[in-house]
Write a protein that binds this ligand. Structure first.
Ligand code: NAD
Length: 448
């Protein structure tokens, strides 16, 4: 590890990663890897998470291709120094912000979108001109193995290294000095990462999770709201950091909403989701057991079937959950959806404000005013109104949490900025150097 770090530092100092052309070439190489090994990568995702190829394409490979295209197209603009105004006292001269890379960065990925969550930060880090070490999650072992095999064939191994392994390997990496660390995963490990980073005063971006609520008001289009919530929740079998964790629905429409949710779920996956090609599996037995234990914490009004052998858990809707039960206190991160009723918008807002700031918040209402109220009176890393997850598709929007759901952000230019230092530069010519700012500060000068 020491030798790897030395070599990466050497590469960084050599200036290899600085030219825009090098950065673009690396990104194009990454696109080529994704293209030439598309099937192997999709297969690895199926093996790790039961992800269908269509879903793997939509949420991982397709996403990454768009990310690369957007980054390559915008990079010249992002790298340009940004002029700012010059105060009169410093005339003549100019001031600007000069983006510069940070150096050698560490990216620690999570297992639920094992390609996207590792490679999208890498795209940003390379675009910003850094060397990078990437550590895929050991909980998606096939995807980690294929990345470890392929990345060195396509990207400069002088500048990018893949290190595979579990917590022990992550700890060894964290003992090294990096110039930035981006970690995606749960808050418990997030704290460990931040503590280790503090030893070197290394800045961190923490992409964490939490309980992301969906609020459905009585003027919402119930059918569409249910369909969009069902899609956002059951995708990747609920193992999505921004999946709606639970629903707060207006009292008067609760039963209609639940039946719309059931209909949407059946329309997606039929009567038995275990037969559906597009429905995933739980990543490992430990998580499967945790999720199955939630089924006793409310009334199962849809789904509830499971199979340990295949780590299957049906899309499950829970009614009558107690607020102090584990399913309402922990991040669910699986296909279990508690539906709770609230009397009105104000009580939904109060409910959300009493809890940790979520990573995502979803509001459903026909009233722009109510949505604005929800937006203004709550905290969340990201908010999407009248839909779920779709904000991820807009590279002009940053992605990241707030409070317990994380710190820092990325995607598009925001990712470039995260992995850059925007150096403040003022530049002055020699030809004008009046005496008035230099001592002695005579009474005449003081009047100026
Ligand atoms: P995980 O188990 O894959 O862990 C994430 C990474 O941390 C892995 O690479 C792992 O090796 C490493 N790690 C584990 N233990 C460690 C230790 N002791 N020291 C150092 N590193 C260690 O992922 P997870 O934590 O199960 O992920 C699920 C959580 O991640 C959920 O809370 C979810 O909401 C969140 N998440 C957030 C985002 C986001 O973009 N904000 C995306 C996906 C997941």
């Amino acid at each position: 590890m020491k030798e790897m770090m030395q070599r990466l530092r050497h590469t960084y100092v050599s200036g290899l990663t600085r030219p825009r052309q090098w950065r673009v070439e690396q990104l194009q190489q990454l696109a080529l890897l994704l293209e030439e090994h598309e099937n192997d990568l999709l297969e690895a995702l199926t093996n790790d998470l039961g992800k269908s190829h269509a879903e793997g394409w939509l949420t991982e490979l397709g996403y990454l291709h768009t990310d690369i295209k957007h980054t390559c197209k915008q990079l010249r603009k992002w790298m340009r120094p940004k002029r700012v105004s010059q105060p009169m006292l410093a005339w003549p001269g100019k001031s600007f912000l000069q983006p510069e890379p940070l150096g050698v960065v560490l990216i620690i990925g999570a297992w639920n979108y094992p390609l996207q969550l590792l490679l999208s930060p890498l795209i940003a880090a390379l675009a910003a001109g850094n060397c990078a070490v990437v550590k895929p999650s050991e909980l998606a072992p096939r995807t980690a193995a294929i990345l470890a095999r392929l990345l060195p064939d396509y990207l400069s191994s002088e500048a990018v290294r893949v290190v595979t392994g579990g917590a022990d390997v992550a700890q060894q990496l964290l003992a090294e000095r990096f110039d930035h660390i981006m970690y995606t995963g749960g808050g418990r490990v997030g704290r460990i990462v931040m503590e280790a980073a503090a030893q070197h005063l290394t800045p961190v971006t923490l992409e964490l999770g939490g309980k992301s609520p969906a609020v459905v008001l009585d003027d919402a289009d119930i059918k569409i709201a249910a369909r969009r919530i069902a899609w956002g929740k059951w995708l990747n079998a609920g193992q999505t950091c921004i999946a709606p964790d639970y629903v707060l629905v207006a009292e008067g429409i609760k039963q209609d909403f639940i039946s719309a949710l059931r209909q949407a779920t059946d329309a997606f996956y039929g009567d038995d989701a275990s037969d559906a090609n597009d429905y995933g599996r739980i990543v490992n037995e430990k998580h499967w057991e945790r999720l199955v234990s939630y089924l006793d914490q409310g009334t199962v009004v849809h789904g509830g079937d499971y199979d340990r052998q295949t780590r299957y858990l049906a899309p499950t809707i829970l009614d009558d959950v107690a607020l102090d039960s584990a399913v309402m206190e922990e991040e669910i991160f699986g296909p279990v959806l508690p539906v709770l009723s609230v009397p009105n918008l104000a009580s939904a807002i109060e409910f959300i404000r009493e809890r940790d700031k979520p990573l995502a918040l979803y509001g459903f209402s026909a009233s722009a005013r109510s949505l604005q109220q929800l937006t203004e009176q709550t905290h969340a890393g990201n908010q999407c109104n009248n839909d779920t997850l779709m904000f991820m598709l807009n590279p002009e929007l940053p992605f990241g949490g707030v409070g317990n759901s994380g710190m820092g952000r990325y995607h598009g230019k925001f990712g470039f900025d995260t992995f850059s230092h925007h150096k403040a530069v003022m530049q002055r010519p020699f030809w004008f150097d009046p005496n008035f700012r230099y001592p002695p500060y005579t009474s005449f000068k003081q009047k100026l």
